[in-house]
Ligand binder design. Structure first.
Ligand code: UT7
Length: 333
């Protein structure tokens, strides 16, 4: 039987560090409020003219490929998650494919917001398990800083988001002890408008982009923070338990949890529910904020770099986000 295995991880974050006190220049907020409510101390913003969504993804992918001992041409398919693409269409996966010189190889752009990377991983895993492809490049990349409203009106979302990219190389294996054991995907569209960017939408009278829309601010991120928070703490726990149960494990068997970096309070709540120690949960939200689809691959790549992914460890990736979506992946490292 064929499984898929992560053989290389990489990430890229822009050099430009934006601290909580930097934000106070643009909006009425404070380091105390942001730290206490979210755990975030700083995040990265892209540098115009240097970073693009696909260039960050390419940098992360090159690092992942090098660590996997592969070249871009060894990859059979790209699955690319982002909600902040370079163009309205075609997707950023095309631009990364061109940048990496992988002409002719299939690319798949997906959204799925903060759960995007786990969805992308699941798609790539199914391709490899079915035998259709032997290798895949799975990417999450976001430039949130150009979307967010940096005035006081946008402060409940502006303070949490940051920019960055992460990538994983997946390869086929027949070793059931070192592979992705299962992935679990969920969505509930009833809550689509609790965290969304309405514009530019195509179902509009007249052109999808017009001056009225600019005045109304529908292109800013709207978030019902309390609703998102309440659902997140429930769904995170559920989808982690689902992954464990599907494979005959219990929370005590988990070596490491890599949650989407949404809010340190959410991670702490889930960690306590599972009876895990702080060392067993990867948190880098303090330094990078919430990078949406990029947050899990960045955290996973950092965990690998710092020796936190050990041979044979049981690792769970878990995400929750707009849609609503929630998802997990259980991995034997
Ligand atoms: O990755 C996608 C998933 N997203 C999430 O998981 C986010 C989940 N939600 C959250 O993390 C929290 O809801 C937030 C951190 C975004 C907000 O925390 P909260 O405790 O829910 O705050 P709130 O929105 O209820 O606002 C409380 C107060 C309000 O003032 P009043 O009405 O009590 O006077 C806000 O206006 O805090 C105010 N506020 C701020 N004050 C200073 C909101 N944002 C800020 C800010 N700085 N940045």
């Amino acid at each position: 039987m064929t499984f898929s295995k992560i053989t290389g991880l990489g990430y890229y974050v822009p050099d430009n560090i934006v601290t909580n006190s930097d934000l106070t220049k643009w909006m009425d907020t404070s380091d105390e409020w942001i730290t206490e409510r979210t755990g975030i101390k700083e995040r990265r913003y892209f540098e115009y003219g240097k970073d693009t969504n696909y260039s960050m993804a390419s940098a992360a992918s090159r690092q992942a490929l090098e660590r996997a001992g592969l070249s871009a041409n060894d990859i059979d398919v790209i699955v690319y998650a982002t909600i902040t693409p370079d163009y309205f269409f075609p997707g950023s996966a095309f631009l990364m494919q061109r940048e990496l010189g992988m002409d002719g190889k299939p690319v798949i752009d997906i959204r799925e917001q903060c759960s995007g990377f786990v969805y992308a991983l699941s798609i790539a895993d199914q391709f490899i398990k079915s035998g259709m492809y032997k290798t895949a490049l799975v990417v999450g990349s976001e430039i949130q800083s150009s979307w967010i409203d940096k005035s006081t009106a946008g402060r409940n979302t502006a303070v949490i988001f940051g920019d960055g990219a992460g990538a994983a190389v997946l390869a086929a294996t027949d070793d059931p002890q070192h592979c992705i054991l299962s992935t679990h995907l969920h969505a509930d569209g009833r809550f689509a408008e609790d965290l969304y960017v309405r514009e530019p939408g195509s179902s509009r009278e007249g052109r999808p982009v017009n001056s009225e829309m600019l005045k109304e601010g529908g292109y800013n991120v709207f978030m019902n923070g309390n609703a998102v928070f309440k659902h997140a703490i429930v769904r995170f726990g559920e989808v982690i338990q689902e992954a464990l149960q599907a494979n005959g494990y219990e929370p005590g068997d988990l070596n490491l949890l890599v949650p989407h970096q949404a809010n340190i309070r959410i991670s702490d709540y889930v960690r306590q529910q599972l009876g895990m120690t702080e060392d067993q949960v990867v948190n880098n939200i303090q330094r990078f904020g919430n990078t949406t689809a990029a947050s899990i691959p960045i955290a996973l790549a950092e965990a690998w770099e710092t020796g936190r992914l050990r041979d044979g460890d049981l690792i769970c990736l878990a995400a929750f986000g707009s849609g609503f979506t929630w998802a997990s992946a259980l991995i034997k490292w």
